[in-house]
Design a protein around this ligand. Structure first.
Ligand code: GLU
Ligand code: MG
Length: 450
């Protein structure tokens, strides 16, 4: 049942909550927030809190770029409104509740730089075509301590071992408890392959909820870690050479309650499900510019790391940028989905999903055909072999990344002119910052940003 803002404020106050943190993610995937006292919730639900227009042009290092002509100076203000249906009393921070924010102009109309609004527009576009998207994130992260710039792992593996988890036993138990209390449903938790890495997957849901929950999950992990004197890094890389943190994005596309990816079996999807996947593949370089946008993102995408490096799809192929996951007798046909590997925490989850949906829906609307799956790692092939199979390297430099994004009107259209301009200005600012720095320094600067 939906509560009125006043009833919610009262309920939270009675539970000992003193502040509501209204959070959004910027164009670097960095969560930003404003916290209001609970007794202001009713007012803020109507009028929002004022924030600078310049959040759209903050770069990954909290520098503001004025290179985007739509936001050329420090004059301007937008309103940040909490989405109170998603307000959550935070299990790991008893004094606080959390809600995702929407950014509106002063007359209450959509603010073109609001990433959540961009996703809403793509969901509507899908709905107008009779289609529904389900989405869910997998989150990989480093857990440990930060001693004088040296990372101290909280577990030493072995990868996937219960003994690795035992080293973080109290934290892991608290994390599971807090995730459940914050109404975040997870598939499973495990010690991953990377340095002191953990992973869990969030249950699939509608895309807005999936993006909101991805942000809430960050808050939940950070709070549980802090309680045990630990820090979590969601950065795409925690060291220049090591295994990265992927935030793989799983989607499926549905019509009239039917999963269009479901009939895949051993040979991959057919019909509109195949066209959806073909749409993602066609625009993959542009999608990746949004879903893995930071300078460390570019270095994470290397062959042989299960992070993906080349543009191709495969069936259950963990090197594939697009990994088709079929349904099965055990899981049911509706389990089928496609996993986007070149996706990480430095992307804004709303924009990431907007880009994916725009590309996938276009594939269906144009009836695109899907080529054969690739079951090997093209990283081990010659250039000629890759060319023969139409397998291209994903953008590897900021310049290639920008070119790839601008080459897809479908993906740029999902951002819209203003947001695209701000997004590109931020990427250029990040690239200029990183240009003369060794990768180690760039990686270190992103470690605790997300
Ligand atoms: N850590 C890998 C990445 O950077 C993914 C490993 C896996 O879960 O397959 O995406
Ligand atoms: Mg993993």
């Amino acid at each position: 049942m939906r509560r009125t803002p006043a009833a919610l404020a009262q309920e939270l106050a009675e539970a000992g909550v003193v502040g509501l943190t209204i959070a959004w993610a910027d164009n670097n995937g960095i969560p930003r927030s404003r916290t209001v006292p609970v007794d202001r919730i009713e007012e803020v639900a109507q009028r929002g809190v004022g924030i600078t227009t310049l959040f759209a042009v903050f770069d990954s290092h909290d520098a503001i770029t004025f290179a985007h002509e739509g936001l050329p100076n420090a004059s301007g203000d937008v309103r940040l409104l909490p989405v109170l249906e998603r307000a959550t009393a935070l299990a790991g921070q008893p004094g606080f509740a959390w809600a995702p924010g929407r950014q509106l102009t002063h007359d209450g109309s959509p603010w073109p730089y609001d990433q959540r609004g961009a996703l809403e527009a793509q969901i509507k576009r899908a709905a107008d075509a009779g289609l529904e998207i389900k989405a869910g994130y997998e989150l990989e992260f480093f857990i440990g301590k930060d001693g004088d710039g040296e990372l101290t792992p909280a577990h030493d593996g072995p990868a996937y071992s219960p003994h690795a988890l035992l080293a973080v036993d109290a934290f892991a138990a608290k994390l599971l408890e807090d995730l459940a209390a914050n109404d975040l449903k997870i598939g499973q938790l495990h010690a991953e392959y990377g340095l002191s890495q953990l992973e869990f997957s969030l249950e699939p849901s509608n895309p807005i909820k999936a993006a909101d929950e991805q942000l809430l999950a960050r808050q939940t992990i950070h709070a549980a870690a802090a309680e045990y004197g630990l820090k979590a890094s969601f950065a795409p890389l925690v060291s220049a050479e090591g295994v990265g943190n992927g935030w793989h994005l799983h989607t499926s596309v549905w019509r009239d309650g039917e999963n269009l990816l479901a009939d895949g079996g051993g040979s991959g999807p057919s019909g509109d499900g195949a066209a959806y996947l073909a749409g993602l593949l066609r625009d993959l370089p542009a999608i990746t510019a949004v879903t893995a946008p930071s300078v460390p993102s570019l270095h994470r995408l290397r062959p042989g790391y299960f992070s993906s490096a080349y543009s191709f799809w495969g069936i259950e192929n963990r090197e594939a940028a697009l990994r088709y996951v079929p349904g099965s007798e055990l899981l049911g046909a509706n389990h089928a989905n496609v996993e986007l590997k070149p996706s990480d925490a430095s992307s804004n989850p709303y924009l990431a999903l907007a880009a994916v949906i725009a590309a996938g829906i276009a594939g269906i609307q144009e009836g695109l055909e899907l080529g054969e799956p690739i079951q090997d790692d093209p990283g081990g092939w010659s250039d000629e072999q890759r060319a023969a199979r139409g397998v291209a390297r994903l953008p590897a430099t900021p310049q290639e990344q920008e070119g790839a994004l601008l080459a897809s009107q479908r993906v740029t259209g999902a951002l819209g002119e203003e947001l695209l301009g701000a997004f590109l200005a931020v990427r250029r600012s990040d690239a200029a910052w990183a240009a003369d720095k060794p990768l180690e320094e760039v990686v270190a600067a992103h470690l605790w940003r997300y």
